[in-house]
Design a protein around this ligand. Structure first.
Ligand SMILES: [Mn+2]
Length: 367
């Protein structure tokens, strides 16, 4: 597996490429262009500049997260074709610099949703957290404003201010969109984009909805094993893949995360993996946790074991981290705890590799 680290660019990230480079086992950056409005073509020159900049720091750039999907595509509006053409063109530009995976999501209006961007933990760190009753009682517009004010001054991915302005109109448009419609709109998108992805040798990897259930009565479909299976079958191609995200899927205790990993690793539909741990309360609230298995509710060992058992050669990144050691950074995306997360994942991975090779030697000796 190739270990990677999400980076928001020179101007938008407190973490530097040199710092990332010093994390043991680090292969490359998961990047994006953040100044191109959703739906427009990513200019070739800017894509080339980003690639060169990352290469100059001694890191690779083979994964993009995300090329966001324009709302008109998710809504199935007649204007979607122009945005789909732009998406295709962006893929072609990304292919010229050797991008291998493009992550995207299909969540209406909002990207990942949390009610607290800095919930204190007993150890003095703070984390992103989700409280169910708060989401149920708050007006979505008010909620969007709160997010903007509590993000340490960094626009959160998917929560960019210019998008927030159009929220009201979007809510009205989504009133008539069912989950079944959303599946159909995703199918239309994939049928048009996957052939280009195949030509470009870029695997598309849809990210699960976070949390994996409907918020603000909006339809959500990337939520569980059955729906993921339906999505990979919408277009039967290895280029129609998944970003398996442990923390997103795991927020629903009915999702058996290691089992979901095994299912889609087996089908060879997992080009990209996000790993983080979360602690789920009995009432369904959850808070993010350190990567260590004992600190949360997810079987992180079981997840890494699944990757190892299937000889995973794709890309993995620590997803979010706690804010520790007085770091000031974009919520969820500090340097320190994500670096600790990498070491935990690699620690498990290296043990599994070592164990396998010594088991092999034992068998050889017996012969
Ligand atoms: Mn994720």
């Amino acid at each position: 597996m190739k270990v990677s680290f999400r980076w928001f660019g020179e101007k938008e990230d407190t973490v530097t490429l040199n710092q990332i480079k010093q994390i043991p086992g680090m292969d490359g950056i998961v990047g994006a262009l953040y100044d191109v409005p959703v739906g427009e073509v990513w200019p070739l020159e800017k894509v080339q500049q980003l690639k060169q900049h990352v290469l100059n720091a001694g890191l690779n750039l083979e994964v993009i997260e995300s090329v966001n999907v324009h709302e008109d595509i998710k809504l199935g509006l007649s204007t979607r074709d122009a945005y789909i053409q732009n998406y295709q063109q962006t893929l072609r530009h990304l292919a010229t610099v050797g991008i291998k995976v493009v992550c995207y999501n299909f969540m209406p209006i909002f990207d990942w949703t949390r009610t607290d961007l800095a919930k204190p933990l007993p150890d003095g760190s703070n984390v992103l957290a989700f409280q169910r009753n708060l989401i149920d009682s708050i007006d979505p517009l008010q909620f969007a404003e709160q997010v903007e004010h509590n993000s340490n001054g960094y626009p959160l991915p998917g929560w960019e201010p210019e998008r927030m302005k159009t929220i009201k109109r979007l809510f009205t448009l989504y009133e008539s969109v069912s989950e079944e419609d959303l599946f159909n709109h995703l199918q239309y998108f994939l049928e048009n984009v996957i052939p280009v992805a195949e030509e470009c040798d870029i695997k598309l990897a849809i990210h699960p909805d976070d949390p994996p259930w409907s918020v603000f009565k909006l339809p959500r479909i990337v939520t569980n094993k059955e729906n993921l299976a339906r999505i990979v079958n919408l277009v039967d191609s290895p280029y129609n893949g998944l970003t398996l995200c442990s923390g997103s899927l795991g927020a629903n205790p009915n999702n058996n995360v290691p089992e979901i990993f095994r299912e889609f690793l087996h089908r060879d539909r997992v080009p990209f993996v996000h790993v983080r741990n979360i602690k789920i309360e009995e009432n369904g609230d959850f808070a993010e946790a350190s990567h260590r298995g004992q600190d949360g509710s997810l079987d992180i060992y079981g997840i890494v074991k699944a990757l190892h058992d299937y000889g995973f050669t794709g890309y993995i990144r620590p997803d979010h981290g706690r804010m520790i050691w007085d770091e000031k950074a974009r919520p969820g995306y500090g340097l320190y705890d994500r670096a600790l997360g990498v070491m935990y994942l690699l620690g498990i991975w290296d043990c599994l590799v070592r164990e396998k090779s010594s088991a092999f030697h034992r068998i050889e000796e017996k012969k």
